[in-house]
Ligand binder design. Sequence first.
Ligand code: 2PG
Ligand code: MG
Length: 446
Amino acid sequence: MASIHTIYAREILDSRGIPTVECSLWLDNGMAVVASVPTGTSKGRYEAVEVRDKDPHRMLGQGVLSAVNNINTILGPLLVGRDPTTQAEIDQLLIQTDGTERKSKLGANAILAVSLAVAKAGAASQNLPLYYYFGQLAGTTNNYAIPNCIYTLINGGEHGADNLDIQEFQIVPVSSMSYADSLNLAMTLYHQLEEVLILKGAIHSVGLVGGFTPNLYNNTDAFELLVETTKASPYTFAQDVFFGVDMAASSLYKDGKYHLKDKPQPYSSKELYDYYAMLRNLYQVFSIEDPFQDDDWDSWKDLTTELGATTSIVADSFMATNSQRVQKAIQEKACNSISIKPNEVGTISETLAVVRMAKTAGWQIVMSHRSGETNDDSIADLAVGVGADYCKFGPPQRGERVAKYNRLSQINQELEYARSSAAPAITAMPNPDATPEALSTVGASP
Ligand code: 2PG
Ligand code: MG
């Protein structure tokens, strides 16, 4: 069995031009892997903590040299000689070495970079595809499939250009569509939308993750544009494709109310609920992410009770991939879907434990990118490995977003090949320590 020889980290830039952490891991058999971590813009208050240098004279205070140093001098040396397939054991060690509840000492950015590098090394040392290895860790059966995709076409809020309030206007191809057909639909509608915007003389530049940021009178106009775009395409609205939103409602919340430009006065929770019911009925919005701010539990519960039977009520920053919050939300029936972001919690094992918990409760799993991304495409492997229902990697455009979609295309082809009789079976033996049971105990106490 290969063991960890060296771990070394560096500062790189994310897709927003802001520093993030990248980590290389060498095994004693000469194999090497690289892992980098994404970061958010509309960050939730319950996320694990990113360590940044806060040195105003360098990288506008956003440098991550201290997190890098934590890997090079503390976490890396700690793991030398260890078996990379003991993910649960290693993640537990990382958590204990940090010792804080939200990884604020060494940084979730440092810890996740190492945890992900270890997972990649574990897969490489066994010569397994990464999605398959994640599947083993998660206890997924061998029926791997490409999740349905949620594509963002229009950006507002903190991802936009100060015009629209809703952070993401999404299209969701019907779930019976193959991945190839879904990507074709998304690519077609993305470019068709650009033409519609140009014809209308609207702004057609893009926001933080590559969705268009048009200058419109209000947020519902964006849905009118999407309906028009779909009509001008070979696809049928409400048959081939539905809509979704990420409200990122914490960023709309001020002085006890939600501020949207659709009406002059801010919305109470009840008025916002009515707004969602209207979106659902008029525009077939079947997926609503972060509809209320992170502490508005009663509104979350009411919306799930009223619309949850037909609509995905997706908890992103509301849950922050945090097992304690998930436990509470399951008990209180506060949502029916969860956005999973490994950097919100900080280790692969804790991420998998949250997925397991959410699945057991019957929630849908949305594997998600961050707005500050790198070209690391392992989130696509994670989505397939855990058997996610959806993945959300942004529009089908921009290098760091299409890196994930293109990885899904590779996996899709591999899965098709594996289903054909010509394919040799994957024969590596699972590591006895890498069981879902072992993983679910990780992070129980810091
Ligand atoms: C979200 C994400 C990704 P951020 O809210 O779902 O789109 O945004 O990474 O800025 O939190
Ligand atoms: Mg979100």
